[in-house]
Design a protein around this ligand. Structure first.
Ligand code: DQA
Length: 138
């Protein structure tokens, strides 16, 4: 089982960024824990602040990985291009968010990812990623 976690803009600042919303853990630390918890899963991680790079990565892995776990962050609410990339590839994509976006500003209630995702997991903090991995193992 080969899974790619893709994180979008500002998620490189996890641990420092609005800790009251996103917590105190860096993604690198959490990713280490995920790898320990799921030793049989080939887990990779990619982060970019650039929309086109996220699209590029989806295209790159989207025909031979078993799954993509995508937190497109702010691009979730704006990016027709990322939505189209997900539609173009064959690998299923699970959309994740750390926060419950539906409890937040109205502009975060819209997702260009959800209509083309296999499923959506949000609001469980970093555990959302763990649950997304489990969804591929079920
Ligand atoms: C986020 C929610 C988005 O609205 C926000 O722009 C983010 C992070 C989340 O994981 O909760 O950067 O995707």
């Amino acid at each position: 089982m080969k899974l790619m976690i893709i994180n979008g803009p500002n998620l490189n600042l996890l641990g420092k960024r609005e800790p009251e919303v996103y917590g105190n853990t860096t993604f690198e630390d959490y990713f280490g824990k995920l790898k320990q918890k799921f030793p049989k899963v080939e887990l990779e991680y990619y982060q970019s602040n650039i929309e086109g790079e996220l699209i590029q990565k989806i295209q790159e892995v989207g025909f031979d990985y078993d799954g993509i776990i995508l937190n497109a962050a702010a691009y979730t609410h704006t990016s027709v291009g990322i939505g189209d990339a997900i539609k173009a590839v064959t690998t299923p994509v699970v959309e994740v968010h750390i926060s419950n976006t539906h409890q937040r500003e109205e502009y975060r209630h819209v997702s260009y990812i959800s209509p083309v995702a296999k499923g959506v997991i949000l609001g469980f903090g970093l555990q959302s990623y763990d649950l997304a991995i489990q969804s591929f193992l079920a």
